[in-house]
Design a protein around this ligand. Sequence first.
Ligand code: UDP
Ligand code: MG
Length: 321
Amino acid sequence: MKNTLYVVIPCYNEQEVLPETTRRLKSKMLFLMEQNKISKESRVVLVNDGSKDHTWKMICEFHENDSLFTGINLSRNRGHQNALLAGLMTVMDDADMVISMDADLQDDINAMDEMVDKYLDGCDIVYGVRSKRATDTFFKRFTAEGFYHLMNLMGADIVFNHADYRLMSRRALHGLAQFKEVNLFLRGLIPMIGYRTDYVMFERNERFAGESKYPLKKMLALAMDGITSLSVKPIRIITATGILLALVGIVLLIWLIVKACLGTASLAFGIMASLWFLVGLLMVSVGIVGEYIGKIYMETKARPRFIIQEYLESKKTDKDV
Ligand code: UDP
Ligand code: MG
Protein backbone atom coordinates (compact mmCIF):
# COMPACT_ATOMS: atom_id res chain seq x y z
CA MET A 1 0.00 0.00 0.00
CA LYS A 2 1.29 3.43 -0.90
CA ASN A 3 -0.67 5.60 1.55
CA THR A 4 -0.75 8.73 -0.57
CA LEU A 5 -2.40 11.60 1.29
CA TYR A 6 -3.98 14.60 -0.42
CA VAL A 7 -5.03 17.58 1.70
CA VAL A 8 -7.84 19.55 0.03
CA ILE A 9 -8.33 23.19 1.04
CA PRO A 10 -11.08 25.44 -0.36
CA CYS A 11 -9.88 29.06 -0.49
CA TYR A 12 -11.98 32.17 -0.94
CA ASN A 13 -10.12 35.47 -0.60
CA GLU A 14 -7.50 33.91 1.65
CA GLN A 15 -4.38 35.82 0.57
CA GLU A 16 -3.60 36.87 4.16
CA VAL A 17 -3.49 33.34 5.55
CA LEU A 18 -2.11 31.26 2.67
CA PRO A 19 1.62 31.90 3.27
CA GLU A 20 1.35 30.68 6.86
CA THR A 21 -1.07 27.83 6.06
CA THR A 22 1.22 26.46 3.33
CA ARG A 23 4.31 26.84 5.53
CA ARG A 24 2.75 24.89 8.39
CA LEU A 25 1.26 22.27 6.08
CA LYS A 26 4.58 21.71 4.38
CA SER A 27 6.35 20.96 7.64
CA LYS A 28 3.52 18.67 8.73
CA MET A 29 3.57 16.77 5.41
CA LEU A 30 7.37 16.39 5.52
CA PHE A 31 7.13 15.13 9.10
CA LEU A 32 4.50 12.53 8.16
CA MET A 33 6.62 11.46 5.17
CA GLU A 34 9.69 11.07 7.38
CA GLN A 35 7.70 8.84 9.67
CA ASN A 36 6.72 6.74 6.64
CA LYS A 37 3.05 7.24 7.43
CA ILE A 38 2.32 8.83 4.05
CA SER A 39 3.99 8.43 0.66
CA LYS A 40 6.31 10.92 -1.02
CA GLU A 41 3.64 11.47 -3.70
CA SER A 42 1.34 13.11 -1.14
CA ARG A 43 0.10 16.58 -2.07
CA VAL A 44 -1.69 19.69 -0.81
CA VAL A 45 -4.47 20.81 -3.17
CA LEU A 46 -5.57 24.43 -2.92
CA VAL A 47 -8.98 25.04 -4.52
CA ASN A 48 -9.56 28.65 -5.48
CA ASP A 49 -13.28 29.36 -5.19
CA GLY A 50 -13.48 32.42 -7.45
CA SER A 51 -11.50 34.69 -5.13
CA LYS A 52 -11.38 38.39 -5.89
CA ASP A 53 -7.94 38.93 -4.36
CA HIS A 54 -4.54 37.42 -5.21
CA THR A 55 -5.35 33.94 -3.91
CA TRP A 56 -5.02 32.19 -7.29
CA LYS A 57 -1.83 34.02 -8.19
CA MET A 58 -0.34 32.90 -4.90
CA ILE A 59 -1.46 29.30 -5.45
CA CYS A 60 0.29 29.32 -8.86
CA GLU A 61 3.48 30.55 -7.20
CA PHE A 62 3.36 27.89 -4.48
CA HIS A 63 2.94 25.27 -7.20
CA GLU A 64 5.85 26.59 -9.25
CA ASN A 65 8.19 26.67 -6.27
CA ASP A 66 7.25 23.35 -4.74
CA SER A 67 5.70 20.24 -6.28
CA LEU A 68 4.03 19.48 -2.93
CA PHE A 69 1.43 22.13 -3.78
CA THR A 70 -1.12 21.80 -6.55
CA GLY A 71 -4.10 24.00 -7.38
CA ILE A 72 -7.59 23.93 -8.84
CA ASN A 73 -9.20 27.13 -10.09
CA LEU A 74 -12.99 27.23 -10.21
CA SER A 75 -14.61 29.34 -12.93
CA ARG A 76 -16.43 31.47 -10.32
CA ASN A 77 -17.41 31.53 -6.66
CA ARG A 78 -19.54 28.45 -5.98
CA GLY A 79 -19.42 28.39 -2.18
CA HIS A 80 -17.44 26.35 0.30
CA GLN A 81 -19.31 23.04 -0.11
CA ASN A 82 -19.02 22.99 -3.89
CA ALA A 83 -15.38 24.07 -3.82
CA LEU A 84 -14.59 21.28 -1.40
CA LEU A 85 -16.45 18.70 -3.48
CA ALA A 86 -14.63 19.88 -6.62
CA GLY A 87 -11.32 19.23 -4.88
CA LEU A 88 -12.37 15.84 -3.48
CA MET A 89 -13.72 14.57 -6.79
CA THR A 90 -10.68 15.77 -8.76
CA VAL A 91 -8.11 13.99 -6.60
CA MET A 92 -10.22 10.96 -5.67
CA ASP A 93 -8.33 8.49 -7.87
CA ASP A 94 -4.82 9.75 -7.15
CA ALA A 95 -5.07 9.58 -3.37
CA ASP A 96 -5.48 6.72 -0.93
CA MET A 97 -6.80 9.12 1.69
CA VAL A 98 -7.90 12.76 1.58
CA ILE A 99 -8.08 15.24 4.44
CA SER A 100 -10.27 18.31 3.94
CA MET A 101 -9.63 21.42 6.00
CA ASP A 102 -10.21 25.17 6.00
CA ALA A 103 -7.57 27.60 4.82
CA ASP A 104 -7.66 29.81 7.90
CA LEU A 105 -5.81 27.46 10.31
CA GLN A 106 -8.84 27.19 12.58
CA ASP A 107 -8.64 23.42 12.18
CA ASP A 108 -5.66 22.25 14.22
CA ILE A 109 -3.12 20.83 11.77
CA ASN A 110 -1.71 18.61 14.51
CA ALA A 111 -4.91 16.54 14.48
CA MET A 112 -3.78 15.24 11.07
CA ASP A 113 -1.33 12.77 12.69
CA GLU A 114 -4.10 11.07 14.61
CA MET A 115 -6.38 11.04 11.56
CA VAL A 116 -3.71 9.30 9.49
CA ASP A 117 -3.04 6.83 12.34
CA LYS A 118 -6.73 5.95 12.43
CA TYR A 119 -6.74 5.49 8.65
CA LEU A 120 -3.74 3.17 8.91
CA ASP A 121 -5.70 1.34 11.60
CA GLY A 122 -8.46 0.61 9.09
CA CYS A 123 -10.86 3.55 9.39
CA ASP A 124 -12.45 4.94 6.23
CA ILE A 125 -13.83 8.18 7.65
CA VAL A 126 -12.31 10.13 10.56
CA TYR A 127 -14.23 13.19 11.76
CA GLY A 128 -12.42 16.10 13.35
CA VAL A 129 -14.59 17.25 16.25
CA ARG A 130 -14.06 20.53 18.12
CA SER A 131 -13.64 19.93 21.80
CA LYS A 132 -14.47 23.53 22.73
CA ARG A 133 -15.07 26.88 21.16
CA ALA A 134 -13.28 29.03 23.70
CA THR A 135 -11.71 31.23 21.05
CA ASP A 136 -14.93 31.91 19.13
CA THR A 137 -16.88 35.01 20.10
CA PHE A 138 -20.02 34.41 22.18
CA PHE A 139 -22.16 35.29 19.17
CA LYS A 140 -20.37 32.86 16.83
CA ARG A 141 -20.49 30.07 19.42
CA PHE A 142 -24.15 30.68 20.18
CA THR A 143 -25.20 30.77 16.53
CA ALA A 144 -22.97 27.84 15.53
CA GLU A 145 -24.17 25.56 18.35
CA GLY A 146 -27.75 26.67 17.71
CA PHE A 147 -27.15 25.57 14.12
CA TYR A 148 -26.34 21.99 15.18
CA HIS A 149 -29.32 21.82 17.55
CA LEU A 150 -31.70 23.18 14.91
CA MET A 151 -30.39 20.73 12.34
CA ASN A 152 -30.85 17.73 14.64
CA LEU A 153 -34.30 18.93 15.70
CA MET A 154 -35.32 19.10 12.07
CA GLY A 155 -34.20 15.56 11.37
CA ALA A 156 -30.85 16.23 9.71
CA ASP A 157 -28.46 13.80 11.36
CA ILE A 158 -25.07 15.47 11.64
CA VAL A 159 -22.05 14.98 13.88
CA PHE A 160 -22.17 17.61 16.64
CA ASN A 161 -19.42 20.23 16.43
CA HIS A 162 -17.88 18.68 13.34
CA ALA A 163 -17.46 20.97 10.35
CA ASP A 164 -15.62 19.82 7.26
CA TYR A 165 -12.30 18.83 8.80
CA ARG A 166 -12.13 15.12 8.12
CA LEU A 167 -10.23 12.28 6.54
CA MET A 168 -11.82 10.04 3.94
CA SER A 169 -10.42 6.95 2.28
CA ARG A 170 -10.56 6.49 -1.48
CA ARG A 171 -13.44 4.03 -1.28
CA ALA A 172 -15.40 6.41 1.00
CA LEU A 173 -14.89 9.13 -1.64
CA HIS A 174 -16.16 6.77 -4.31
CA GLY A 175 -19.20 6.25 -2.09
CA LEU A 176 -19.69 10.01 -1.85
CA ALA A 177 -19.38 10.30 -5.64
CA GLN A 178 -22.53 8.19 -5.96
CA PHE A 179 -24.58 10.94 -4.29
CA LYS A 180 -25.50 13.03 -7.31
CA GLU A 181 -27.48 15.77 -5.59
CA VAL A 182 -26.90 19.39 -6.51
CA ASN A 183 -28.04 20.89 -3.18
CA LEU A 184 -24.94 19.95 -1.34
CA PHE A 185 -24.58 19.52 2.40
CA LEU A 186 -21.55 17.30 2.84
CA ARG A 187 -21.81 17.00 6.61
CA GLY A 188 -25.19 15.34 6.22
CA LEU A 189 -24.20 13.07 3.35
CA ILE A 190 -20.97 11.63 4.66
CA PRO A 191 -22.50 9.77 7.64
CA MET A 192 -24.79 8.08 5.08
CA ILE A 193 -21.83 6.46 3.32
CA GLY A 194 -21.11 4.06 6.16
CA TYR A 195 -17.82 2.10 6.60
CA ARG A 196 -15.72 2.20 9.76
CA THR A 197 -15.64 5.71 11.19
CA ASP A 198 -13.93 7.35 14.12
CA TYR A 199 -13.39 10.76 15.72
CA VAL A 200 -10.44 12.93 16.56
CA MET A 201 -10.90 15.75 19.07
CA PHE A 202 -9.14 19.06 18.49
CA GLU A 203 -9.29 22.58 19.84
CA ARG A 204 -10.47 25.09 17.32
CA ASN A 205 -8.15 28.05 17.00
CA GLU A 206 -8.93 31.60 16.13
CA ARG A 207 -8.88 32.52 12.45
CA PHE A 208 -5.21 33.21 11.69
CA ALA A 209 -5.93 36.34 9.62
CA GLY A 210 -8.66 37.91 7.55
CA GLU A 211 -12.31 37.60 8.46
CA SER A 212 -14.92 34.86 8.37
CA LYS A 213 -16.41 34.12 4.97
CA TYR A 214 -19.38 32.62 6.76
CA PRO A 215 -21.45 35.50 8.12
CA LEU A 216 -24.78 34.75 9.83
CA LYS A 217 -26.60 35.08 6.50
CA LYS A 218 -24.51 32.35 4.83
CA MET A 219 -24.77 30.18 7.94
CA LEU A 220 -28.58 30.40 7.93
CA ALA A 221 -28.58 29.57 4.22
CA LEU A 222 -26.37 26.55 4.95
CA ALA A 223 -28.71 25.41 7.75
CA MET A 224 -31.73 25.81 5.46
CA ASP A 225 -29.94 23.89 2.72
CA GLY A 226 -28.94 21.19 5.17
CA ILE A 227 -32.44 20.74 6.57
CA THR A 228 -34.27 20.81 3.26
CA SER A 229 -31.80 18.56 1.49
CA LEU A 230 -31.69 15.92 4.20
CA SER A 231 -35.10 15.71 5.74
CA VAL A 232 -38.82 16.10 5.07
CA LYS A 233 -39.48 16.77 8.76
CA PRO A 234 -40.68 20.37 8.16
CA ILE A 235 -43.57 18.90 6.11
CA ARG A 236 -44.42 16.56 9.00
CA ILE A 237 -44.49 19.56 11.33
CA ILE A 238 -47.12 21.21 9.09
CA THR A 239 -49.24 18.05 9.16
CA ALA A 240 -48.90 17.69 12.94
CA THR A 241 -49.84 21.35 13.51
CA GLY A 242 -52.84 20.88 11.20
CA ILE A 243 -54.03 17.85 13.16
CA LEU A 244 -53.67 19.76 16.43
CA LEU A 245 -55.65 22.75 15.11
CA ALA A 246 -58.39 20.50 13.72
CA LEU A 247 -58.65 18.68 17.07
CA VAL A 248 -59.01 22.00 18.93
CA GLY A 249 -61.64 22.93 16.33
CA ILE A 250 -63.56 19.70 16.97
CA VAL A 251 -63.53 20.30 20.76
CA LEU A 252 -64.78 23.86 20.19
CA LEU A 253 -67.52 22.60 17.85
CA ILE A 254 -68.69 20.05 20.46
CA TRP A 255 -68.75 22.82 23.02
CA LEU A 256 -70.73 24.94 20.56
CA ILE A 257 -73.36 22.19 20.23
CA VAL A 258 -73.59 21.92 24.03
CA LYS A 259 -74.00 25.71 24.26
CA ALA A 260 -76.62 25.64 21.50
CA CYS A 261 -78.60 23.06 23.48
CA LEU A 262 -78.39 25.30 26.53
CA GLY A 263 -79.43 28.24 24.37
CA THR A 264 -76.27 30.28 25.02
CA ALA A 265 -74.42 29.77 21.71
CA SER A 266 -73.12 32.93 20.05
CA LEU A 267 -72.37 33.54 16.37
CA ALA A 268 -68.82 34.73 17.14
CA PHE A 269 -68.02 31.53 18.99
CA GLY A 270 -69.42 29.47 16.12
CA ILE A 271 -67.27 31.29 13.57
CA MET A 272 -64.16 30.84 15.71
CA ALA A 273 -64.76 27.11 16.19
CA SER A 274 -65.29 26.54 12.44
CA LEU A 275 -62.22 28.59 11.63
CA TRP A 276 -59.95 26.46 13.82
CA PHE A 277 -61.39 23.30 12.37
CA LEU A 278 -61.15 24.41 8.73
CA VAL A 279 -57.65 25.86 9.01
CA GLY A 280 -56.55 22.63 10.67
CA LEU A 281 -58.07 20.60 7.87
CA LEU A 282 -56.40 22.78 5.29
CA MET A 283 -53.00 22.36 6.90
CA VAL A 284 -53.40 18.59 7.04
CA SER A 285 -54.22 18.64 3.30
CA VAL A 286 -51.14 20.72 2.55
CA GLY A 287 -49.09 18.32 4.66
CA ILE A 288 -50.39 15.29 2.75
CA VAL A 289 -49.60 16.91 -0.61
CA GLY A 290 -46.21 17.79 0.89
CA GLU A 291 -45.57 14.15 1.79
CA TYR A 292 -45.88 13.23 -1.88
CA ILE A 293 -43.69 16.12 -2.96
CA GLY A 294 -41.17 15.03 -0.32
CA LYS A 295 -41.16 11.53 -1.81
CA ILE A 296 -40.64 12.92 -5.33
CA TYR A 297 -37.86 15.16 -3.99
CA MET A 298 -36.05 12.26 -2.38
CA GLU A 299 -36.45 10.17 -5.56
CA THR A 300 -34.99 12.91 -7.75
CA LYS A 301 -31.80 12.80 -5.69
CA ALA A 302 -31.24 9.22 -6.92
CA ARG A 303 -29.09 8.42 -3.91
CA PRO A 304 -27.34 5.06 -3.84
CA ARG A 305 -29.51 2.51 -2.07
CA PHE A 306 -26.53 0.56 -0.81
CA ILE A 307 -22.76 0.53 -0.86
CA ILE A 308 -21.10 -2.87 -0.57
CA GLN A 309 -18.19 -3.07 1.84
CA GLU A 310 -17.13 -6.69 1.29
CA TYR A 311 -18.31 -9.60 -0.83
CA LEU A 312 -17.10 -13.03 0.18
CA GLU A 313 -17.53 -14.65 -3.17
CA SER A 314 -16.76 -18.34 -3.55
CA LYS A 315 -14.64 -19.24 -6.55
CA LYS A 316 -16.55 -21.39 -8.99
CA THR A 317 -15.33 -24.98 -8.92
CA ASP A 318 -15.48 -27.41 -11.83
CA LYS A 319 -18.42 -29.11 -10.16
CA ASP A 320 -20.58 -25.94 -10.31
CA VAL A 321 -20.12 -25.51 -14.02
N1 UDP B 1 -14.80 29.36 1.52
C1 UDP B 1 -14.94 29.06 0.15
N2 UDP B 1 -15.94 29.68 -0.55
C2 UDP B 1 -16.82 30.55 0.02
C3 UDP B 1 -16.69 30.83 1.41
C4 UDP B 1 -15.68 30.21 2.12
O1 UDP B 1 -14.18 28.27 -0.39
O2 UDP B 1 -17.69 31.08 -0.69
C5 UDP B 1 -13.72 28.70 2.28
C6 UDP B 1 -12.81 29.63 3.06
O3 UDP B 1 -11.76 30.11 2.26
C7 UDP B 1 -12.33 28.74 4.20
C8 UDP B 1 -13.52 27.81 4.43
O4 UDP B 1 -14.33 27.90 3.27
O5 UDP B 1 -11.22 27.95 3.82
C9 UDP B 1 -14.32 28.18 5.67
O6 UDP B 1 -14.66 29.55 5.64
P1 UDP B 1 -14.53 30.48 6.93
O7 UDP B 1 -13.28 30.16 7.67
O8 UDP B 1 -14.65 31.89 6.48
O9 UDP B 1 -15.79 30.05 7.78
P2 UDP B 1 -15.94 30.02 9.40
O10 UDP B 1 -14.77 29.26 9.92
O11 UDP B 1 -15.96 31.43 9.85
O12 UDP B 1 -17.25 29.32 9.65
MG1 MG C 1 -12.88 29.63 9.53
